[in-house]
Design a protein around this ligand. Structure first.
Ligand SMILES: Nc1nc2c(ncn2[C@@H]2O[C@H](COP(=O)(O)OP(=O)(O)OP(=O)(O)O)[C@@H](O)[C@H]2O)c(=O)[nH]1
Ligand SMILES: [Mg+2]
Length: 408
């Protein structure tokens, strides 16, 4: 076992408790490696992999979702492996060609939050010159924002104007996401912050001294300095300010980490197989601090109305967003809550009926019975079916779905 694997973080082989309504069972969250969650068809459309959905279907724990986005070949996959407490997992590329395609997912037990699953999303690098479908970058970025509790933006070098402009997709978010379904042209941007992820800027291979006007600056002060707006109203100033304004407005909770070079230059292409001793202590210190903050500050994913997202719902959420984007429509947070309500409640009705049906099937085995015995059993099973439904159902405020259970 390598030294990195010996760290405090749990491994994917750990048992986690997954509770199914009243039933509670020990179940293995058996993801020893990441899987592809969102892929692209040959004609460039995004779709959700069924096998990944099946994994999520079995996760009844709340999920904390952390995703990484940024230019291709900047060490994103390596950073996500660190969050999983592993040296290998998300595939790293050792050539100049982009490696990760689509969005990959790794569900691991949350290292510090009990009964919670940490979902790590590693995304395709932005800005790959070989890419034919540039809209793909926009979609990947938009999905990462929609699906995450924490969004890590990864870049290399410094936070200069180029690095900020590369985050151009932030300025486009108002066109990519709607909060409400009514009032097509409404500016929802002020509403975004309530549902948007925390934002972490990870600067890799940072070699400069962090000084502002000659004084030492913290990583966060460095980020805020880079995001400072210029005075004036010339076209140049407006262009300079726009991405900075958008980052400030949409991501009020911002943190920055400046990672030094991880190891000697001749070793970087084989980081996965290096011993801890070969990594720079400063790099390890920043990586540990980064992981700690991500675990501490990333909240359980919530829907627009505050409903906690569990693994199963997260799968449906990903599918709903991807289907919407693939159809060319703009994902709407309000409509998503309605879609989740339908999916969850229809499944809850099915669960309730199943419990009732299997109870009745058992009863049939003890036929012939007298009517006086059947009626209380029917009452008892109906009540269990209702309880099963209630455990799973969500926002059935007018009792429409509960009624359909009774009719069914
Ligand atoms: N210089 C340097 N190289 C790194 C760092 N982290 C990872 N690498 C190396 O950079 C190469 C690419 O790393 P990946 O983690 O695959 O980068 P990525 O951003 O996921 O790449 P794509 O999936 O192609 O977008 C590998 O050879 C890594 O060993 C880092 O902090 N600094
Ligand atoms: Mg990658």
């Amino acid at each position: 076992m390598s030294s990195l694997q010996k760290r405090v973080l749990p491994t994917q082989d750990d048992d986690v408790t997954i509770s199914f309504g009243k039933l509670s069972m020990r179940s293995k969250l058996n993801m020893d490696k990441p899987v592809c969650l969102i892929d692209t068809t040959s004609d460039g459309k995004l779709y959700v992999q069924e096998s990944a959905l099946q994994i999520l279907q079995k996760i009844e724990q709340p999920v904390v979702v952390v995703s990484v986005v940024g230019l291709y070949r900047t060490g994103k996959s390596y950073l996500m492996n660190s969050l999983a407490g592993k040296q290998t997992g998300f595939a790293l590329g050792n050539t100049i060609q982009s490696k990760t395609k689509g969005i990959w997912m790794w569900c691991v037990p949350h290292p510090t939050k009990k009964e919670t699953t940490l979902v790590l999303l590693d995304t395709e690098g932005l800005g790959d010159v070989e890419k034919e479908n540039l809209k793909n970058d926009q979609n990947i970025f938009c999905l990462a924002v929609l699906l995450s509790s924490t969004l890590v933006y990864n870049s290399r070098g410094t936070i200069d104007s180029r690095a900020i402009e590369e985050l151009q997709y932030v300025a486009e978010l108002t066109e990519l996401i709607k909060v409400r379904s009514s009032d097509e042209d409404a500016d929802d941007s002020s509403e975004f912050v309530k549902f948007f992820p925390n934002f972490i800027w990870a600067v890799r291979d940072f070699t400069l001294e962090r000084k502002i006007e000659g004084k030492d600056a913290s990583e966060n002060e460095y980020l805020e300095f880079a995001l400072k707006l210029k005075h004036g109203s010339s076209k140049k100033v407006l262009e300079y300010n726009l991405p900075r304004e958008c980052i400030q407005k949409f991501f009020p909770s911002r943190t920055c980490f400046t990672f030094p070079f991880p190891t000697a230059p001749e070793n970087v292409s084989r980081l996965e197989s290096l011993d801890r001793a070969d990594l720079s202590p400063e790099f390890l210190e920043v990586t540990n601090r980064f992981c700690k903050l991500v675990f501490q500050e990333s909240q359980v994913k919530k829907l627009k109305d505050g409903y906690t997202v569990i693994g199963r719902v997260f799968g449906n959420l990903a599918k709903t967003y991807v289907d919407t984007i693939s159809s060319g429509a703009v994902p709407c947070l309000e409509n998503t809550v309605i879609a989740m309500t339908m999916i969850e409640n229809e499944a809850a009705v099915k669960d309730g009926l199943k419990v009732y049906q299997s109870g009745m099937d058992n009863l049939k085995n003890s036929f012939p019975l007298e009517l006086k015995d059947v009626s209380p059993e029917h009452q008892r099973l109906s009540s269990i079916a209702t309880q099963t439904f209630m455990k799973h159902s969500f926002r059935d405020t007018d009792g429409k779905y509960l009624k359909s259970l009774e009719v069914g």
